[in-house]
Design a protein around this ligand. Structure first.
Ligand code: ADP
Length: 482
């Protein structure tokens, strides 16, 4: 059963069946209809012709008075016999008392004959009737001198339709022959047509196998528009995946490099102490150990930031709830204040209105913390950081401005990249992993928001954030469909 279902799921089988039905179905309909229509019209013609022969004979019988004495006119008698013989039929003449006066089969003479046709005809009606399946036509015509006279009797004529049946057989066998030819033609055309239409799919499958083995090819088979669209979409998808793979490889290499740097420093420090021998003063040991601890802190910071970035990538653990943004910012500033105080940087929060927005508090909190921390970190002594919060009916706007060292114009487009740090020289003075803004941007994007940076070197930097107050799930991929 399963195999049969699979068989009919094949596009090729379906196309084959459709083609075959389209070609053969009209053939079948015509083969049934044409003999019927043809035979019906033949019968009608035959019955009309027989009726006119019978009527002509009846008129002569009426004029000659043959009905009252059938022996009186051998000429008419001969005509009666001839009509019956030549048409393989039977002629019966009935007088107005319904008595049979002449029967070409000679069996009914003298008997009373009162069939429906005879009675109707005795009242002046000319009747012809074909009995379906009976293989003969029955005709009854009134015998009268003129149409206005009372009928003198009825001429009943039954005639065989075997001749027509013969041609019916010929037509049916012709139709069957045409149908057989049409079927052979239909099977051939359907087979070739369905094969030709499905062939590109097989070729594409082969190319996909090549790609699976590692070939970097583009699917270029251009057959029909739909296939074209699928191939274009596939090529784009593959391009995106390759770019993603490359970015991932680059990321892994950057991670390794960044993690190696503190380790290398630690190794150098440890080797130098070892090479100094036993005479090393305790102060020097302490200094070197302090440096090693600093490198361990740096390594820990990088790893923590990496973990935060990985968590940010996992949209599955993203849970939004209505959150008071004013309170969130106040909390962040409270946490950072002690750090700012060390360099006497002034932190100012300006809230234009109370703002409640649907956010993941932890992720958005981390993003804002990174920005305020950077504004303090890359500031001057006794500088300032202004944070303003506003909203309209749709969006929440947060601006973080500082009076710090600023970002050079050629670096501003790179600051959101992973591990990017402006001018490695200041990175040794100011600690950081280069991941903070990547984490921030990821978090803002998860909230369907936007982040922009503006900066003037030695004057300061501004980060503008905007995200919707109401979080609306964007269209999800329907996995069930696949
Ligand atoms: P880091 O860990 O180095 O701070 P970030 O991703 O947070 O990494 O920032 C990337 C780089 O952007 C920083 O190294 C710094 O050079 C620059 N930067 C970020 N914020 C500011 C700012 N407010 N003022 C000046 N430069 C900044």
């Amino acid at each position: 059963m399963g195999k049969l279902k699979l068989f009919f799921q094949s596009l090729r089988v379906r196309l084959f069946v459709i083609f075959l039905v389209v070609i053969i179905l009209p053939g079948i309909v015509f083969s049934i209809a044409i003999p019927k229509i043809f035979i019906r019209s033949q019968l009608q013609d035959f019955a009309a012709e027989s009726l006119s022969h019978a009527q002509a004979l009846a008129d002569q019988i009426a004029v000659t008075g043959y009905l009252s004495d059938v022996n009186s006119n051998p000429n008419i008698d001969g005509q009666v016999s001839a009509l019956a013989t030549y048409t393989d039929g039977r002629v019966i003449l009935i007088d107005n008392t319904f008595r049979v006066v002449r029967d070409t089969n000679n069996v009914a003479v003298g008997k009373i004959m009162v069939g429906t046709e005879v009675i109707r005809s005795s009242m002046g009606e000319a009747i012809n009737r074909y009995r379906d399946g009976a293989n003969y036509v029955e005709i009854a015509v009134p015998i009268r001198v003129s149409a206005s006279d009372e009928p003198l009797g009825v001429l009943f004529y039954s005639v065989s339709t075997s001749q027509i049946n013969q041609s019916r057989l010929t037509i049916i066998s012709m139709c069957v022959f045409i149908l057989i030819v049409l079927t052979i033609f239909g099977v051939a055309v359907s087979g070739i047509g369905s094969w030709a239409l499905v062939r590109p799919y097989n070729q594409v499958l082969e190319e996909i196998e090549e790609i699976k083995k590692g070939a970097e090819i583009k699917l270029v088979y251009r057959s029909h528009k739909e296939m074209n669209d699928v191939l274009d979409a596939f090529n784009n998808l593959m391009g995106g995946m390759r770019a993603k793979d490359e970015a991932q490889a680059q990321f892994v290499s950057n991670v390794s490099h960044e993690l190696k740097t503190p380790l290398t420093s630690m190794k150098v420090l440890a080797d130098s102490i070892n090479s100094m021998g036993d005479e090393v003063p305790i102060e020097m040991y302490k200094e070197f150990m302090g440096d090693i601890a600093g490198e361990i802190d740096r390594e820990t910071d990088i790893i923590n930031d990496l973990l935060a970035l990985v968590r940010m990538d996992k949209a599955a653990s993203f849970t939004v709830s209505p959150t008071n943004i004013n309170e969130l910012l106040e909390l962040i500033l409270k946490r950072i204040k002690p750090i700012a105080e060390k360099t006497k940087v002034e932190l100012v929060l300006e809230s234009f209105r109370p703002v409640i927005a649907d956010i993941d508090e932890i992720k958005m909190g981390q993003a804002l913390t990174n920005l305020v921390e950077n504004a303090v970190k890359y500031n001057k002594d006794e500088g300032w950081v202004h944070i303003s919060l506003n909203a309209d009916h749709q969006f929440c706007f947060i601006k973080i401005e500082d009076s710090g060292i600023g970002i050079p114009a050629d670096s501003i487009d790179h600051i959101f990249e992973r591990f990017y740090r402006v001018d490695k020289s200041h990175s040794s003075e100011i600690p950081g992993s280069g991941l903070g803004l990547a984490i921030t941007q990821q978090a803002i994007l998860l909230h369907h928001g936007e982040i922009k940076a503006y900066s003037v070197e030695n004057e300061g930097t501004t980060f503008d954030i905007r995200f919707p107050l109401k979080y609306i799930e964007k269209e999800q991929v329907h996995e069930e469909e696949n």
